[in-house]
Each structure stands twice: as structure tokens, then as C-alpha cells.
Design a protein around this ligand. Structure first.
Ligand SMILES: NC(=O)c1ccc[n+]([C@@H]2O[C@H](COP(=O)([O-])OP(=O)(O)OC[C@H]3O[C@@H](n4cnc5c(N)ncnc54)[C@H](O)[C@@H]3O)[C@@H](O)[C@H]2O)c1
Length: 349
């Protein structure tokens, strides 16, 4: 008997090659802008998402995490790692892939690379938060940590917030030189600096995006002036932070999901009940964002599952009418759903 798998048996798979083609077809900045809007739309309907702090497996060298969520119709999860020590072995700090499934049937509907997509979603998320929290007329950004995420962060702030200058600092000059090269022709004025202090001169938005497994102090209190918006991306694990706690003490702190951020974010340095504002409430108008020109705002970013859900559903929608995916034979699909063994038997060589 001929085997005729149902269409559900083949799961659309977005390879790294196809993800890169998609991003170029859409345009990097348009992609970042549209993704920021998509994340914002999902934050607007935050209460209906099924939420849990991510499931983290820690080791001496890094962490492997699973990040699930669902809006009741679609379920999604991301697998992601964070291994700061990888860089010296010629490996990436962060790699990821993710999946969407139908809540109704439980069948997967999309499998995708997410290493590139995570960099895009993190930048889109940072920029979306800055759109609500930074000065409206912010034009200069400091980028502390010039690794894999850096160019995405700069272009996200340009596309969404209208940044025209990025000032760079990294302890490794080769990383800064790479960003300078990669952002040539982007329309951004790019300034390589010799210290974090120098990078922060005149910056209204400061992004920290470094990788270290231990508590680090990338910024101290005296370095951060009034009115700045801090976008702290690199502190995202227990024992892994970037900001001195004195900065936190004088900041108004905005978070994704407090239950996760209190474990992983900069605020792990503070009391368990230290006041924070959930960003989704700023978006819905239920909580204030920036309330004055001198206020120091801090987005204590750790990365939450809803953002990956937004990124995957955005990609799913963008794939429609394109050939930028493969059909992956991922799901065993016997003609008689109870005859899984029979299907195996018939496939005997
Ligand atoms: N919050 C989120 O949603 C989110 C998402 C993705 C990645 N991250 C985190 O962001 C960080 C950066 O990720 P990446 O992929 O760009 O890593 P990466 O390893 O590619 O780059 C990190 C850079 O930081 C630099 N650095 C280290 N210590 C520094 C210091 N004291 N001052 C200045 N620069 C310093 C390194 O030289 C390196 O160039 C990681 O910690 C990662 O876990 C967070």
C-alpha cells in the first residue's frame, strides 16, 4: 500500500540560510521595526499568555534554557544556550532554535533556526522598550560590549527610535573594529571609544551587552548621568550581572516578567520586593513609563518566552507565499493513527 503522509506530517523548517534570505528580502531595519511592533502587540495582550520562568540547566561553563509559552491557540518554545567561555574556543556564546505548535492538535507547525532570530528579537525588544522609556529626542547611543548582538542592537535603535550615532566600547578592540566595519554604510555615525566612560559621553541610551559568567561591574554609579535610559541586556542569569547596585537604587526599573527577572536580571542584587514596573503595563497605559527628563530609566532585560513567540509567529506569517522553508519529515504519520507499529513494519528494507 502506498504511504501517503498527511500535510501535517511535514513541518515547515526555516534553515539558517533561509532565515538570512528572509531577513534580506524584508530588509534588516524593516524586519527589526516590524518585529518590534509585533512584540508590542503581544505585550498588549500579555495577560492571556501562559507564562512561566524559563527552565534553566546550569553548569560551570554556561546555561541551557527552554522557554515555553502559549496564547491559547499557538504554543511555542525556544532552546537557547549561554556560554561566555565559548568565545575563546571559536564558538558562539548564544545559539538557539525554536518551534511553534497548534494547541488544538499538539502538532508542530514550524521549526526554525533562532540564533540569528534571537539577535533580531533581542534588538527589537530593546528598541521597543526604549521607544517607551527613553527621551523622545534621543539620538546618541552607547554600546558597551561589541559581540554578536551589537550591530543588531544599534540598528534596532536606529530603526525604531531614530538613533543616528552609536559610540562603541569593548575590552577587546577587535570586537569594536568588527562593529565599525559591519556598520559602514548603515547611515549611523559610528565612534570607537577607548573606555566605557568615553562611550557614554552624550549618550541618551546606553546598552550593556557583555558576556561574563560572574557578577561584573560594567557600569558604576558615577558613570551614569541623569535622564539616561539604560538597556541592560547582558545580565541574564543567576550570578551574571553588569550594573553596580547603586545604579539600580536610583533607577526606575522596568522588567519583562518579574518572576523570571528577579532570578536572572540585574535586580537579583536587590531585595526580593524591590519595586519594578512590568513593561506590558506601560504599553497598555496601566503604569507610567518615563515621568520626567532627569529620570534614570532601566530596562532590566533578560529575554522572555513571549518575545520568541512573537518572533516565530512573525516569521511564520512572513513565510507565506515564499519558498524560504523546507518541508521536514519530522512527524511519524501512520494512515491509521493507531497503527504506528504497522507503519514501521511496512518500512522494513
Ligand atoms: N537579555 C536578552 O534577551 C539577551 C538575549 C541574547 C543575549 N543576551 C546576553 O547578552 C550578552 C552578549 O551576547 P553576545 O551574543 O553579544 O555575546 P558575545 O560573547 O558575542 O559578546 C560579548 C562581548 O562582550 C565583551 N566584554 C566582556 N566583558 C566586557 C567588559 N567588562 N566591558 C566591555 N566589553 C566586555 C566581549 O569582549 C565580547 O565582545 C550575553 O551575556 C548573552 O547571554 C541577552
Amino acid at each position: 500500500m502506498a504511504l501517503t503522509p498527511s500535510p501535517l506530517a511535514y513541518v515547515p523548517f526555516v534553515s539558517v540560510e533561509n532565515m538570512m534570505k528572509l531577513v534580506h528580502r524584508v530588509g534588516v531595519e524593516t524586519f527589526l521595526k516590524e518585529l518590534a511592533d509585533r512584540i508590542e502587540d503581544d505585550f498588549r495582550r500579555w495577560p492571556l499568555f501562559d507564562k512561566t520562568p524559563r527552565v534553566a540547566a546550569h553548569s560551570a561553563d554556561g546555561v541551557i534554557e527552554l522557554m515555553p509559552t502559549s496564547d491559547g491557540e499557538t504554543y511555542g518554545f525556544k532552546y537557547v544556550n549561554g556560554h561566555p567561555k565559548n568565545m575563546k574556543d571559536g564558538l558562539q556564546t548564544v545559539t538557539a532554535f525554536g518551534l511553534l505548535a497548534s494547541v488544538e492538535t499538539g502538532y508542530p507547525v514550524l521549526l526554525s533556526e533562532m540564533t540569528v532570530l534571537t539577535a533580531l528579537r533581542t534588538a527589537a525588544m530593546s528598541a521597543m522598550a526604549a521607544r517607551h522609556l527613553a527621551h523622545e529626542n534621543a539620538r546618541v547611543m552607547a554600546m558597551i560590549g561589541n559581540g554578536a548582538q551589537a550591530e543588531f542592537q544599534a540598528l534596532g535603535m536606529k530603526a525604531v527610535c531614530g538613533i543616528d550615532t552609536v559610540r562603541l566600547w569593548d575590552i577587546d578592540r577587535r570586537a569594536t573594529d568588527k562593529v565599525v566595519r559591519n556598520l559602514e554604510g548603515s547611515g549611523l555615525k559610528v565612534v570607537a571609544c577607548d573606555s566605557a566612560e568615553e562611550a557614554m559621553e552624550g549618550a541618551q541610551i546606553v546598552t550593556t551587552c557583555t558576556a561574563d559568567k560572574q557578577f561584573a561591574t560594567i557600569l558604576t554609579d558615577n558613570m551614569v548621568g541623569a535622564g539616561v535610559h539604560l538597556n541592560a541586556v547582558g545580565g541574564d542569569c543567576p550570578g551574571k550581572t553588569e550594573l553596580h547596585r547603586d545604579i539600580l537604587a536610583r533607577s526606575t526599573i522596568f522588567v519583562e516578567y518579574p518572576e523570571q527577572t528577579r532570578i536572572e536580571g540585574e535586580i537579583q542584587q536587590m531585595d526580593p520586593d524591590h519595586p519594578v514596573t512590568e513593561l506590558w503595563q506601560v504599553i497598555t497605559g496601566d503604569a507610567p513609563g518615563r515621568t520626567g527628563p532627569d529620570q534614570l530609566t532601566l530596562f532590566d532585560s533578560v529575554g522572555f518566552a513571549v518575545e520568541d513567540f512573537s518572533a516565530l509567529t512573525y516569521v511564520r506569517d512572513k513565510l507565506e507565499g515564499t519558498d524560504l522553508f523546507d518541508k521536514l519529515d519530522l512527524l511519524a504519520d501512520p494512515d491509521d493513527p493507531r497503527d504506528l507499529f504497522g507503519m514501521l513494519q511496512r518500512a522494513a528494507p
